[in-house]
Every structure is written in C-alpha cells, then in structure tokens.
Design a protein around this ligand. Structure first.
Ligand code: PEP
Length: 249
C-alpha cells in the first residue's frame, strides 16, 4: 500500500544556530501522525539533525547528491557520504537543481541509479513551467521528465521511488495548483506508470504534491485521491506551520 508522506525541503536556509532552534521546535511539537515525516536540512547540518531527530520519528533526508561514487568532483557529495551521516532518502531533480545547476534527465537517471545501488529511497521531483501549462503542453513535459529519468528502472526498483509533482510556477510563488489541477496531473502520472509497469506498481507509488502548500490549503489538496502528501518548501521552516500541514493528512 502506498504511504502518506510530508517532507520539508529547507533549501539553502538556516545556519547551525537556526537549525538547532528549528530542530528543537520540531522535537517539542512532534505528535503521532498518519503521514511519514521527513526534513531536508542543508548538507552541513545533516548529521546534527540526524542526531537531534533520531528519537522523534522524523527522517532526515538530503536535498541532492552526485551520481559518482567518489573522486574529483569538487564541492559534491556522494551517496555513501550521506549514508554515513544517517541519510537514507534523497531528493533528486528539484526544479531549482534543474534550472540553476543544469541537471538533465540523463544526469538524473544516473543519480537515481546510484541512490538505488546504495539502497536509498529517492524523492524524484518534476513539473512543468508556466509556459508549458499555458500552451497546454504540461502533460507531455511531465511524461517526458518521468520517462527520461525513471523508465529504465526495473519493476522492483519502484519500491524505492517516491514521486513529487511540483509545477515550477507554484514553487515559492504563493500560487498553488488547484486541488483539481493536482489531482488531474497525479492521476495522469499514475496512468503513465501503469502503462509501462502495470496497475499494481502505479497504485503503490506515493505521489506528493509540492508548490506553495500552506496550513490553510493543505487539507483540500491532500483530500484528493491521488495526492499522497506534500513536499513543502517555505512553510517547512516553521515547526508550527509544518506540523499543521502534516496534520492536514
Ligand atoms: C519546493 O521547493 O519543493 C517547494 C514546494 O517550495 P514552496 O513550498 O516554498 O513552494
């Protein structure tokens, strides 16, 4: 059965002092939830966050990693480095990585393979830009992003894949896809996976929605049958808002 998940992507926010304060708030405010809860601090704070949250039932995950095992890749972080600081899940393909760091579908396919080879779970992000939606090309774009980076996988690999549909026009803009737009796209994604891997795999993959999810719109988005939770940016930086979203499931 697919899981409900709410993951907070802290991006390049919070130095160590700010991270400590947020981790403290998360620990204090954590209650049992229906959804799995994850947070993605910046690399330098991963170990600290892992230690702080290990008893709080909040998984600490990474925002990115390199596909190579090790070597001359200045500034990069490998899968085994993440694993040694307690990280077993990595976000890959975030639209900011695609836009500002030129990550391509081929590069992301390699990253996915490396993560799976290290028995890590992947939260794979994708989504169309505003111009694609305006030109009604959004389904084609999403289909090619998923196919380009994930359709070489074996059926069993899908157990380690979580999808995150994040329309670029809704990220950090305050503009959210309507619950109906999210549902329509999530159903399309499930159908696309079913056509290649069969209905069972498609039904079992969790598909998160991301893009300006806030405490006041989360419940309506999460109520849609193909939306299995959320990837949360801005609203994950305050424990109260983040848990209000977690509790909306
Ligand atoms: C994100 O960056 O993954 C995201 C969803 O950001 P925000 O919630 O701030 O739109």
């Amino acid at each position: 059965m697919r899981k409900k998940i709410v993951a907070g992507n802290w991006k390049m926010n919070n130095d160590l002092t700010q991270t400590e304060a947020l981790l403290n708030d998360l620990r204090k405010q954590r209650k049992t939830s229906f959804a799995e809860v994850m947070v993605a601090p910046t690399f330098t704070n991963l170990w600290h966050a892992y230690e702080a949250l290990r008893k709080a039932d909040i998984e600490v995950i990474a925002q990115n990693m390199h596909f190579a095992e090790n070597g001359a890749y200045t500034g990069e972080i490998s899968a085994s480095m993440l694993k040694t600081v307690g990280v077993n899940t990595v976000i890959l393909g975030h639209s900011e990585r695609r836009a500002y760091f030129y990550e391509t579908e081929e590069m992301l396919a390699k990253k996915v393979d490396t993560a799976l080879a290290h028995k890590m779970r992947v939260i794979f992000c994708f989504g169309e830009e505003l111009k694609d939606r305006k030109s009604e090309n959004h389904f084609n774009i999403v289909e090619s992003q998923i196919k380009g980076s994930l359709f070489h996988l074996k059926a069993e690999d899908w157990k380690s894949i979580v999808l995150a549909y994040e329309p670029v026009w809704a990220i950090g803009t305050g503009e959210t896809a309507s619950p109906e737009q999210a549902q329509e796209m999530h159903a399309f994604i499930r159908k696309t996976i079913a056509s290649a891997y069969g209905e069972e795999i498609a039904q079992n993959v969790s598909i998160l929605y991301g893009g300006s999810v806030k405490p006041d719109n989360a419940a309506e988005i999460f109520s849609k049958p193909d939306v299995d939770g959320g990837l949360i940016g801005g609203a994950s930086l305050k424990a109260g808002d983040f848990f209000a979203i977690v509790n909306a499931i």
